[in-house]
Design a protein around this ligand. Structure first.
Ligand SMILES: *Cc1c(COP(=O)(O)O)cnc(C)c1O
Length: 371
C-alpha cells in the first residue's frame, strides 16, 4: 500500500470518522464550566454536604470499598425502597427505578418507548436535553409551543398531542428554563389524550411553592404516566449522578430491558442512600433557597425586569436588548449565569445569600456600564 495515501493520524478529525449520518454536524451538550467565583449557571444546589453528611458518606463508601471486587446489586433494591419511602404516595420498590442522573432515566425511557420511527413531543422553551437524547436514541423530536407566560392549558396541550400523536410526551414541571409549574389538569388532560407514554420531569419538585401539586398523585389512575426526579438539585448531589422515576411496575419492567447490566455502581447506590438519610437536613436548605428565590423575583421586578413566576431554584428574567453582552458583563464581574431560553432572557440559579448579593451588585454594575 502507498504510504503517502494514508491519512496522517495526527490530523484526523471527527469528520474523517464513519459517524452515524444523523449525528453529523451536531454539537455536544455544553453549558460552560468556567472557574468563576459565583457559578449560578447549572441550577446546582450551592450548599455542599455538611461535615456530618460528608463524614457519613466517607464511612459508608469505605464499607462498600471493601467489596468492590463484586458487581453491584443490579436492581438497586435497597436504594429503590428508600426512594419509594421518600416519595410516599403508597409507592414501593417495584414502582421506582434509579439510574445515573435523571438524564440516564430519560435515555432509558426513550430507548424503551422511542426509537426509529417513533416520535417524542415537548413544550418549548424547555429542557435542552430532550431533543438531544431523542436524537441519540433515533427518536423524532417535535417541539410544540407554550402559551403566554410559558403556561399551558389542558386544551392546548391535548390539541398538540392529538395533532402529533407522539409515542412519548415530556411535560416538565417546574419547567426549565422558565420555572413554570403545570396544573394537574394539564397533566391529566395529556395523560388521557396521549396514545403513548407521558413523562412528567419533576427535577425541581422540592422547590415548588406551597399548593403547587406533584404529578405523583396522578400515578395510580394513569398506568402510562411516569414521574422522574433527581438527587442533583434539592438533594445537593449533582456530582454523584442519581436520578429516579416512579411509575407502574410494568414500566420498570420495560426499563430493565434496556438498562446496561450493573449500571448503578455500588458507590453511587450507597452515596444516594446516605444522602436520603440526611433528607431533613438537606430539605431544610431547600426551604432557604425557596425563600431566597422569592426574594430574588421580587427584587428583579422592583428593578424593572420581566420575571417568570418560578417554582424552581432558578429564575428566568429579561428583557435584554443584547443578552450576550449582559451575560459577558456579569461574567466580567465574576458571576456566571446561563444564556438560555427565549431571546432577551437570562437564567440565574438561586445560590447562597452571599452569592445572590454578588449577583445583584454585578447586575446593577452591568446595567450602569451599558447605559
Ligand atoms: C437538571 C435537570 C435534570 C437533572 O439531570 P440529572 O441527570 O439528574 O443531573 C433533569 N431534568 C431537568 C429539566 C433538569 O433541569
Amino acid at each position: 500500500m502507498d504510504e503517502s495515501a494514508r491519512p496522517d493520524p495526527a490530523a484526523l478529525t471527527l469528520a474523517d470518522l464513519p459517524l452515524r449520518a444523523d449525528l453529523r454536524g451536531t454539537e455536544p451538550y455544553g453549558a460552560p464550566q468556567l472557574p468563576v467565583a459565583v457559578a449560578l449557571n447549572t441550577n446546582e444546589n450551592p450548599y455542599p454536604p455538611s461535615p456530618r453528611l460528608a463524614e457519613a458518606l466517607g464511612r459508608n463508601v469505605a464499607d462498600v470499598a471493601a467489596g468492590l471486587n463484586r458487581y453491584p446489586d443490579r436492581d438497586a433494591t435497597r436504594l429503590r425502597a428508600d426512594l419509594a419511602r421518600y416519595l410516599g404516595h403508597g409507592l414501593d420498590t417495584a414502582s421506582v427505578w434509579a439510574a445515573n442522573g435523571s438524564n440516564e432515566v430519560l435515555q432509558q425511557l426513550l430507548q424503551a418507548f422511542g426509537g426509529p420511527g417513533r416520535r417524542a413531543l415537548g413544550f418549548e422553551p424547555s429542557y435542552s436535553m430532550y431533543p438531544v437524547i431523542s436524537r441519540v436514541t433515533a427518536t423524532e423530536w417535535v417541539g410544540a409551543e407554550r402559551g403566554p407566560d410559558f403556561g399551558l392549558t389542558p386544551e392546548a396541550a391535548a390539541a398538540a398531542v392529538e395533532r402529533h400523536r407522539p409515542d412519548i410526551v415530556f411535560l416538565t414541571s417546574p419547567n426549565n428554563p422558565t420555572g413554570t409549574a403545570l396544573p394537574l389538569e394539564v397533566i391529566a388532560a395529556v395523560a388521557e389524550t396521549a396514545p403513548g407514554m407521558v413523562v412528567v420531569d419533576e427535577a425541581y419538585a422540592e422547590f415548588r411553592r406551597e399548593d403547587t401539586p406533584s404529578a405523583l398523585s396522578l400515578l395510580a389512575d394513569h398506568p402510562r404516566l411516569v414521574v422522574t426526579r433527581t438527587m442533583s438539585k434539592a438533594f445537593a448531589l449533582a456530582g454523584a449522578r442519581v436520578g429516579y422515576l416512579a411509575a407502574h411496575p410494568a414500566v420498570v419492567d420495560a426499563l430493565q430491558l434496556v438498562r446496561l447490566p450493573y449500571h448503578l455502581s455500588s458507590v453511587t447506590q450507597v452515596v444516594a442512600g446516605t444522602a436520603l438519610e440526611f433528607g431533613d437536613e438537606l430539605l431544610g436548605q431547600v426551604k432557604q433557597l425557596r425563600e431566597e428565590r422569592d426574594a430574588l423575583v421580587a427584587w428583579l421586578r422592583g428593578q424593572g425586569y420581566t420575571v417568570a413566576d418560578s417554582d424552581a431554584n432558578f429564575v428566568l428574567f429579561g428583557d435584554f436588548p443584547d443578552r450576550s453582552a449582559a451575560w459577558r458583563g456579569l461574567l466580567e464581574h465574576g458571576v456566571l449565569v446561563r444564556e438560555v431560553g427565549p431571546p432577551g432572557k437570562l437564567r440565574v440559579t438561586v445560590g447562597t445569600p452571599e452569592e445572590m448579593s454578588a449577583f445583584r451588585t454585578a447586575l446593577l454594575q452591568v446595567r450602569a456600564e451599558h447605559r
